[in-house]
Design a protein around this ligand. Structure first.
Ligand SMILES: Cc1cc2nc3c(=O)[nH]c(=O)nc-3n(C[C@H](O)[C@H](O)[C@H](O)COP(=O)(O)O)c2cc1C
Length: 180
């Protein structure tokens, strides 16, 4: 699949087949995603891949802030990827002060780049993903025993797609770009 096709045909997939995703395949996706750019090459993104059915079910039922669609999607997914990041590196100086007025928001910026890289790499392998932002951060961290010094950035449902997902409309280029 060439790059443009990969960018254009990736969709948020919310329904999955029952097929498991082999760990080797997940590792190949992370192998590609690790080439994402990051603040001073700090590489703060971490991927916790929840395959265990009981833990995944608990996360789905107790950590989605009553957002039923995310609960259903997570139960149906082969795995739930908890995308986390190491705190206090990205956006920071060595003395602990912020480098710019954006403070620690560069952490989520880098996590976002990692998420897109992961989703595109997964799509290229025939996998479906859906980034989820509606979840209870503290509950997810507790359930997966997230190490001290890391934060949850986003969840990504992962599996083999069932059926086709339609493409939500996109704004026209003219609306998005200004040349100065
Ligand atoms: C930061 C972020 C948070 C999102 N959160 C959710 C979510 O909680 N549940 C969901 O079903 N989709 C979620 N989405 C998926 C978007 O709805 C989806 O990307 C958008 O509608 C465009 O569709 P497409 O990904 O198929 O192109 C999220 C996407 C992003 C980037």
């Amino acid at each position: 699949m060439d790059f443009k096709e990969c960018m254009k045909t990736r969709r948020s997939i919310r329904r999955f087949t029952e097929a498991k995703v082999p760990q080797e395949v997940v590792k190949e996706v992370v192998e590609a995603a690790r080439f994402a750019p990051s603040w001073k090459n700090t590489q703060i993104a971490r991927y916790y891949v929840v395959e265990d059915v009981a833990l995944k079910q608990k996360l789905a039922e107790e950590c989605m802030m009553e957002f039923a669609s995310n609960t259903k999607m997570t139960i149906g997914a082969a795995a739930l990827v908890v995308l986390a990041y190491v705190e206090k590196r990205c956006g920071y100086e060595r003395d602990g002060s912020f480098t710019t007025s954006k403070g620690d928001r560069w952490e989520m910026f880098d996590a976002g780049i990692a998420a897109q890289s992961f989703c595109l790499a997964a799509h290229e392998k025939g996998l479906g993903t859906c980034i989820m932002g509606i979840f209870d951060e503290a509950k997810v961290a507790e359930q997966i025993s997230l190490p001290e010094g890391q934060k949850v950035a986003a969840l990504i449902a992962l599996g083999y797609p069932e059926g086709e997902a339609s493409a939500p409309p996109r704004k026209e280029v003219e609306e998005l770009v200004r040349f100065l």
